[in-house]
Design a protein around this ligand. Structure first.
Ligand SMILES: Cc1cc2nc3c(=O)[nH]c(=O)nc-3n(C[C@H](O)[C@H](O)[C@H](O)COP(=O)(O)O)c2cc1C
Length: 172
């Protein structure tokens, strides 16, 4: 099984949690890592669409790894989906490029798990926050794996980061 990991973080130089997870992906066999802001900075219009589509086609499973910022995807990941998941490629006529591939969403969040619950501050679960990814996956015929969410990711201790890394390694 070939896995593509698309990493997005708007401030890669400030990242601790996502960076530590990216390192795990880079050490794993049969995993290709592409970091959007490293490849394209924060330019929403510079994607090498052919290269990105080719990377998706070569994979059986695509992992999207990003931090939750304002309960949403990163701007680059949203722009990426807009442009790379194009009409006629992932949907529409002959648009079957992603069909039957797995989508695995992996996120880090500053808030704790209780915040992401019906009783919590935001009255929403992480699954609900990630609805756009789930809906997009099903729209193009992908299998949607249960997202992996790492809470309390701001200022996480080395021990906590190690538990994040171990859980991610297991999923990979
Ligand atoms: C602009 C901004 C918005 C954020 N919004 C949220 C949020 O909506 N929910 C949340 O749980 N954490 C939020 N956080 C915390 C980030 O999720 C957290 O810093 C990140 O997951 C840690 O990973 P990193 O070390 O790779 O940056 C936000 C952080 C920033 C900088």
């Amino acid at each position: 099984m070939q896995t593509l990991v698309i990493v997005s973080h708007p401030y890669p130089e400030q990242s601790v949690a996502i960076k530590s997870l990216q390192q795990i992906a880079e050490q794993t066999a049969d995993v290709t890592v592409r970091h959007l802001e490293t490849l394209y900075q924060n330019d929403l219009a510079r994607f090498d669409i052919a290269a990105e589509q080719k990377a998706h086609e070569a994979a059986d499973r695509i992992v999207y790894l990003f931090p939750i910022h304002w309960f949403n995807l990163t701007p680059m990941l949203k722009a990426y989906l807009n442009q790379v998941w194009s009409y006629g490629w992932s949907f529409g006529p002959n648009g079957t490029a992603l069909k039957d591939k797995e989508m695995q969403v992996v996120v880090t969040a500053g808030a704790n798990a209780l915040t992401y619950s019906e009783q919590g501050l935001i009255r929403s679960s992480m699954d609900e926050v990630l609805t756009p990814m789930k809906a997009s996956a099903y729209y193009v015929g992908m299998k949607y794996n249960q997202p992996l969410a790492f809470y309390g990711a701001v200022g996480a201790s080395p021990e906590t980061l190690a538990t994040f890394q171990a859980a991610f390694a297991e999923r990979l």
